[in-house]
Ligand binder design. Structure first.
Ligand code: MSP
Length: 674
C-alpha cells in the first residue's frame, strides 16, 4: 500500500437533466482542477462525482415520456458522462444512486438509524392538491389554494418516518463552532449557525409514500427514502461503506472536501453531519460552498431557457479556454456573472496575448537564432536573476492559494510570471542582440531563461488546463516526464540545453470579438427558442414549481434573492422608461372580455388608447377623470384585437387586490415622471 497522503474530493451528484449548463460544469471543473493539483503535488487522490437519480420529478418525467424511470435516467446519465469527457474531468469514480452498491447501503444506513431510535415512525401533515398530486406546506399555498392550479387543497395526514435532527443539534453547533475550517467560506458558516441551527431544528421527514421512484425503506416498502438521505449517502456508499469491501472507506474517509453550490450547503452541513454523527462516523473535513454563475438576467435555469451550453463553448473555443475562464473570472466563493463578452475578452487578453504570444515568440526565436536548439545559459545579469527568482517563488504561492480554493488568485499568480517573461523579452530585446555576434552568449542566456519559464508555466497551468501543457511541452521538445512534475519546479534550470524545439500551431488563435459575439448570441437565441417550444421543458418547469418539500422551497427563496440581485438596474436603465401622467377621458368595457377595459387617455396635447386588465377592480365610471401613470414608450400591442398604445401602472398584492397608481395632487397631464 502506498504511503502517500490521501485527498478525497467530491462534487455534488447531479440531477439527471438532459442539458447540464455551464453553471453545473463550474462545480465539476473546479473539483477537477483541485483533484489534478493534488495529484500533481503528490497526493493519492480520490475524486468522486455522480448522479442523483431518484424522486418524484424523475418519475413524472419518465411517465410523460412513456418510459420507465430507469430507462429515462440511463439515457441522460450517458449524456452527462459525455459532457465530463468533453470537459476533461478526471473523476476516479462515478456513482449513480440507482446502482445496487448504493441502494443496498442506503437501506443499511436507514435501518441502523431506525434500530438505534434515531429514525422513528410518525405522521406527516400537509396540504394535498388531488388534481396535481402535490403536497404543499401551509406557506406555499396561495389564498389557501394550490399555488399551481388554484384549486382547493385538502389537509392530509400520512404516516412517515422522521429523523431526530434535534437530538444532535447541540453537538453539531459545538462542532461547527470549534472547527473553523468545516464550513467555508466563513460567511456560510455564520449563515448556517444563525439562520438554521441556533433557531432550532425540527425532526426531518425522511420517507415518502406519495411516489415509488426511490429506495424502498427496507422494513416498510410502502415508503421510499427521502432523496437527500439517499443522495448524501453517496459520499460513503461509493467507498464501500458498510460492505466487506470497505478498503476505500478506510483509506479515504473522512473526505477532505465536499465542493457544493451555496444553495445546498445547508444539506451538507446540517443533515449530512448529523447522519454521520448518528452513524458514529467522522465528519468530512470541509464543506466548501461556492457561488453561482449567473447570467445578466438572473440565475441560469432550464425552465427560463437562459442557459449557456458548455458544449457549444468548448467546441468553439476549446476546453482549456473554457476551464480557464470559469476558474479565473470569478473568485470561487462569490457569485459571478457569465457573459460572452467577458469570455471572449479573457481569451484574447490572457490566453492569446499573454500566454500564446510568449510561447510563439520564444519558440520562434530559438528556432531562428539557434537552429531550433535550446541554447546554453551563460553569465546572469540582474534582470535574469529577477525573472528566475520570481519563477521559483510561484509554486509555493500557488499551493497556498489552492489550499484556500482561490483558483482565480492562483491563476493570477501564474500569470504574473507570464507577464514578467513577456516584459523580459521587451527589456532584453533579443532581436537586437541577434544582430551583434559579440552578444551571442547573452542572447543564449535570454532564450534559455524564456524556454525554462515556459516549461515551468506548462507545469503550473496543468491542473487548470488539460491540453495546453502538452502543446507547450511538444513545442519545447520535452519528452522526459521528470520535467513535468511539481518537484521539477523547485529549482530553475532543469530544461536541458540542446533540446530541439518544434514550432507548432498557435496555441490560442485570436478571436474577432464582434463576430463571435454576434454568432454566439444567434446560437443562444436559437437554443432558447427551441427550449421554449419544447414541451418537456414546460413540464420540467411545471414540475419545478410543483416540488413540494421545504428543501426545494428554500432553494427557490435563494433563487429569488439571487434574481433580485442580478435584476438590479442602473439609473440609465430606468431612464429608458417614458412615464407620464395621463388623464382618463373615457373608459368602456371590451366586448367578450370580463378583464379588459378600453381607456382613452389625454397625455399633454396627445390622445392615447390603452387597453388595461382592470375591469374586475374598476368600473368605467370610476375611472373617468382620474390621473393615472402611463408607460408612454411601450411598444404598441393588440389585446383582443384592439391596439393598446402603452400601459397604465397598478399595484397588486398577494390577496388579489389591485390599486391604480395616481398622483399625490393635481398636476398637468403629460407631466414626466422621473
Ligand atoms: N442533486 C443535488 C445535489 C445532491 S449532493 C448529495 C443537486 N444537483 S444539481 O444538479 O441541481 O446541482 C449540482 C451542482 O451544480 C450544485 O452544486 C449546484 O450548486 C451547481 N450549480 C447549478 N447551477 C449553478 C450555477 N448557475 N452556478 C454555479 N453552480 C451551479 O443540487
Amino acid at each position: 500500500m502506498s504511503d502517500k497522503k490521501t485527498f478525497y474530493i467530491t462534487t455534488p451528484i447531479y440531477y439527471p437533466s438532459d442539458k447540464l449548463h455551464i453553471g453545473h460544469a463550474y462545480t465539476t471543473v473546479a473539483a477537477d482542477a483541485m483533484a489534478r493539483f493534488k495529484r500533481l503535488t503528490g497526493y493519492d487522490v480520490m475524486f468522486l462525482t455522480g448522479t442523483d437519480e431518484h424522486g418524484q420529478k424523475i418519475e413524472r418525467l419518465a411517465r410523460e415520456k412513456g418510459v420507465t424511470p430507469k430507462e429515462y435516467v440511463d439515457n441522460i446519465v450517458a449524456g452527462i458522462k459525455e459532457l465530463w469527457k468533453l470537459m476533461d474531468i478526471s473523476y476516479d469514480d462515478f456513482i449513480r444512486t440507482t446502482e445496487e452498491r448504493h441502494e443496498k447501503v442506503v437501506q443499511k444506513i436507514f435501518k441502523k438509524l431506525y434500530d438505534q431510535g434515531d429514525i422513528y415512525k410518525g405522521e406527516y401533515q400537509g396540504w394535498y392538491c388531488t388534481p396535481c398530486e402535490s403536497f404543499w406546506t401551509e406557506r406555499q399555498l396561495v389564498d389557501g389554494k394550490c399555488p399551481d392550479c388554484g384549486r382547493k387543497v385538502e389537509l392530509v395526514k400520512e404516516e412517515a418516518y422522521f429523523f431526530k435532527l434535534s437530538k444532535y443539534q447541540q453537538q453539531l453547533i459545538e462542532y461547527i463552532e470549534s472547527h473553523d475550517e468545516f464550513i467555508q467560506p466563513p460567511s456560510r458558516k455564520n449563515e448556517m449557525l444563525n439562520n438554521f441551527l441556533r433557531p432550532g431544528l425540527e425532526d426531518l421527514c425522511v420517507s415518502r409514500t406519495s411516489f415509488k421512484w426511490g429506495i424502498p425503506v427496507p422494513f416498510d416498502d410502502k415508503h421510499v427514502v427521502y432523496v437527500w438521505i439517499d443522495a448524501l449517502s453517496n459520499y460513503i456508499t461509493a467507498l464501500g461503506y458498510m460492505t466487506d469491501a470497505d478498503e476505500k472507506y478506510r483509506k479515504y474517509w473522512p473526505a477532505d472536501v465536499h465542493l457544493v453550490g451555496k444553495e445546498i450547503v445547508r444539506f451538507h452541513t446540517i443533515i449530512w453531519p448529523i447522519m454521520l454523527m448518528a452513524l458514529g462516523e467522522p465528519l468530512p473535513k470541509q464543506v466548501f460552498g461556492h457561488g453561482w454563475l449567473v447570467l445578466e438576467g438572473g440565475k441560469m435555469s432550464k425552465s427560463k431557457g437562459n442557459v449557456v451550453d458548455p458544449v457549444v463553448l468548448v467546441e468553439r473555443y476549446g476546453v482549456d479556454a473554457i476551464r480557464y475562464f470559469l476558474l479565473r473570472e470569478v473568485p470561487f466563493g462569490a457569485d459571478g456573472v457569465f457573459s460572452n463578452e467577458a469570455l471572449l475578452n479573457r481569451i484574447n487578453s490572457d490566453l492569446v496575448n499573454d500566454l500564446g504570444n510568449l510561447v510563439n515568440r520564444t519558440i520562434a526565436m530559438v528556432d531562428r537564432y539557434f537552429d531550433g536548439l535550446i541554447p546554453q545559459p551563460a553569465q546572469l545579469e540582474d534582470v535574469d536573476m529577477e525573472l528566475r527568482q520570481l519563477a521559483v517563488s510561484i509554486p509555493s504561492r500557488v499551493e497556498q492559494l489552492m489550499d484556500r480554493f482561490e483558483f482565480s488568485n492562483a491563476l493570477a499568480e501564474i500569470w504574473k510570471l507570464i507577464g514578467r517573461a513577456n516584459k523580459y523579452i521587451d527589456e532584453t530585446t533579443p532581436w537586437v542582440l541577434a544582430k551583434d555576434p559579440s552578444k551571442r552568449s547573452r542572447l543564449g542566456t535570454v532564450l534559455y531563461n524564456l524556454s525554462e519559464c515556459l516549461r515551468m508555466i506548462s507545469v503550473l497551468v496543468s491542473p487548470f488546463m488539460t491540453r495546453t501543457p502538452g502543446k507547450i511541452c511538444q513545442q519545447l521538445g520535452i519528452r522526459d516526464e521528470s520535467l513535468t512534475t511539481w518537484d521539477s519546479l523547485a529549482e530553475f534550470g532543469k530544461l536541458p540545453p540542446g533540446t530541439r524545439v518544434q514550432r507548432g500551431e498557435v496555441i490560442f488563435p485570436r478571436l474577432d470579438v464582434e463576430k463571435e459575439l454576434k454568432e454566439l448570441e444567434e446560437i443562444q437565441q436559437r437554443a432558447k427558442q427551441a427550449s421554449q417550444s419544447n414541451s418537456e421543458t414546460h413540464t420540467a418547469a411545471k414540475e419545478e414549481a410543483r416540488a413540494a418539500d421545504g428543501a426545494v422551497q428554500q432553494e427557490r427563496q435563494d433563487d429569488c434573492q439571487q434574481k433580485q440581485e442580478a435584476n438590479q438596474i442602473s439609473i440609465d436603465d430606468f431612464a429608458k422608461l417614458d412615464l407620464r401622467v395621463a388623464r382618463v377621458v373615457s373608459a368602456e368595457a371590451v366586448e367578450k372580455s370580463n378583464k379588459l377595459l378600453k381607456l382613452t387617455l389625454e397625455v399633454g396635447g396627445e390622445t392615447r388608447q390603452v387597453v388595461s386588465g382592470i375591469a374586475k377592480y374598476y368600473t368605467p365610471e370610476q375611472l373617468v377623470g382620474k390621473k393615472v401613470i402611463l408607460v408612454a414608450n411601450l411598444k404598441p400591442a393588440k389585446l383582443m384585437g384592439i391596439v393598446s398604445e402603452g400601459m397604465i401602472l397598478a399595484a397588486t398584492d398577494d390577496k388579489g387586490n389591485l390599486a391604480l397608481l395616481t398622483v399625490d395632487h393635481d398636476i398637468a397631464s403629460g407631466s414626466k415622471i422621473s
